[in-house]
Design a protein around this ligand. Structure first.
Ligand code: ZN
Length: 133
């Protein structure tokens, strides 16, 4: 079996992965202007302030766009094809790239309401994914 693809849960992204392990989806948020974004950055992409924190997101969003993958790009994903990779627009505004679970690829539609689900891949890493709601 191929070694799965595991993100590094350290550095700037550490709070994101710690909260995901607890079943919460979080976003970085600027203390200066209130803007929220993903993925994590060292400063606010809107006003460039470096004082940022984290806020819990609702976990709800809609499919903004998606593709159906028929040829795995990594051996660890070979048993999952076909699978969906989507851009999910969160209720809070940021768009995130994610897998879609709980729906066959031909059931996924642009605009489909989805909710975050959490897939533990190792004791240290839980991947936020999305499923129809
Ligand atoms: Zn800002």
């Amino acid at each position: 079996m191929a070694v799965p693809i595991i993100p590094d849960p350290g550095g700037l992204t550490r709070p994101y992965w710690e909260q995901a392990r607890a079943g919460r989806l979080v976003l970085q948020q600027c203390h200066g202007c209130g803007h929220a974004w993903h993925p994590p950055l060292p400063r606010c992409p809107r006003c460039h302030a470096t004082v940022t924190g984290w806020r819990q997101a609702s976990g709800e969003g809609t499919v903004y766009s998606y593709t159906v993958v028929h040829h795995a790009t990594h051996a660890a994903l070979a048993d999952r094809v076909p699978y969906v990779i989507a851009i999910v627009e969160l209720a809070e505004g940021p768009r995130v790239v994610s897998g879609i679970r709980g729906a066959a690829p031909d059931q996924v539609r642009i605009g489909m309401p989805v909710r975050a689900v959490f897939e533990e891949v190792t004791p240290e890493v839980t991947l936020p994914q999305f499923a129809p709601r």
